[in-house]
Design a protein. Structure first.
Ligand code: NDP
Length: 309
């Protein structure tokens, strides 16, 4: 059995030893050195040249090497008959929780205001914020967003979630579907976006959404840059309606030099580092799914291609 490692960005040397240890029966073939494409049974993929997957006629399963699969599902040559599974990874989720908590606390504890006061050499306590009165909304309460919502709630914030079907952590008040989007936003002092990028979610963080949020609120985007309409976000920040945007993702990436996000006072920017897949904790799921595929058992985290996630 041969597993193709197909990625222009992931480091095969991190994955090879872990996969070899977990599944010695699998031969690890590292793209682009593939002498016999017809001999490939499985593929573990991340950023790759579109169309590449159609070169492997006997693929039985494709596993993503990460959680967000928009760039893979957007490949028009993705072999439609081959099942496609994505990854969930506890280490990845933990990093996303940390990043979201940082943004929520930075806004809630007025740390940007204190940084400005420090720059001015002023010792000036501001009115103390009340945690239970700060309403945080998590858009997308799946594997990562659900864990993010629980962690923020664990600190005492008033947390709500929004998802397509209303699925989310039991302890969190959930809003469901398009009809609940505006009521959900109306109670977001901080909005954390953890949605997958699909045709339904692209551009969702736009002028209409920002206007529905309370004045002085904050946006944290740890999902995909294309969820945000940049000009609308800048306008909402410039008008003072939104106070702070923490962006880990942009469109495109890297963000071109000269883009206003680079220098905007109210924007904090990181280069898509909120979290990374960890080979050690994620590889068991790839192996588990390969074995399930061979045994005809149900696959974990099978991507629903009609929904796009
Ligand atoms: P999941 O598939 O587990 O969860 C997706 C969530 O989004 C679900 O709650 C789903 O609702 C909801 N959703 C999907 N479409 C809609 C819609 N149209 N309207 C409302 N809700 C919707 O994904 P993960 O939690 O694993 O990952 C989320 C995203 O995080 C990834 O797609 C990726 O883009 C991003 N990510 C970013 C990283 C970074 O470093 N910045 C790292 C890892 C991931 P329902 O359950 O009702 O279907």
């Amino acid at each position: 059995m041969k597993l193709l490692f197909l990625s222009e960005s992931d480091r095969a040397e991190l994955w090879r030893p872990v996969l070899r240890r977990l599944a010695p029966e699998l031969e690890f073939v590292q793209w682009p050195d593939v002498p016999d494409p017809a001999a490939i049974d499985f593929a573990a993929v991340w950023k790759y040249p579109p169309g590449e997957l159609k070169r492997y006629p006997n693929l039985k399963l494709v596993s993503s090497l990460g959680a967000g699969i928009d760039h893979i599902i957007g490949d028009p040559d993705f072999p439609a008959h081959v099942p496609f599974v994505r990854l969930t990874d506890p280490t990845l989720t933990a990093g996303m929780i940390e990043y979201a908590l940082y943004g929520v606390l930075r806004h809630h504890r007025q740390m940007r205001d204190y940084a400005a006061l420090q720059r001015d050499g002023r010792w000036k306590p501001l009115p103390a914020p009340v945690t239970a009165a700060c309403r945080v909304g998590v858009a997308g309460t799946g594997e990562i967003g659900g864990a993010v919502a629980r962690a923020i709630q664990g600190l005492g914030f008033d947390v709500a979630g929004w998802s397509r079907t209303g699925r989310g952590p039991e302890s969190v008040r959930m809003y469901a579907g398009e009809s609940d989007w505006m009521p959900f936003l109306a109670r977001c002092d901080v909005l954390v976006c953890v949605l997958p990028l699909t045709t339904a979610t692209q551009g969702l963080l736009n002028a209409r959404a920002f206007a529905a949020m309370p004045k002085g609120s904050a946006v944290i985007n740890i999902a995909r840059g294309s969820h945000v309409v940049d000009a609308d976000l800048l306008a909402a920040l410039d008008s003072g309606h939104l106070q702070y945007a923490l962006l880990d993702v942009t469109r495109p990436e890297p963000l071109p030099s000269g883009h206003p996000f680079w220098t905007h006072d109210s924007v904090e920017l990181t280069p898509h580092i909120a979290s990374l897949t960890n080979a050690e904790t994620a590889a068991p799921q790839i192996v588990e799914n390969i074995r399930a595929c061979l045994a005809g058992r149900p696959l974990r985290n099978l991507v629903d291609r009609t929904q796009g996630y």
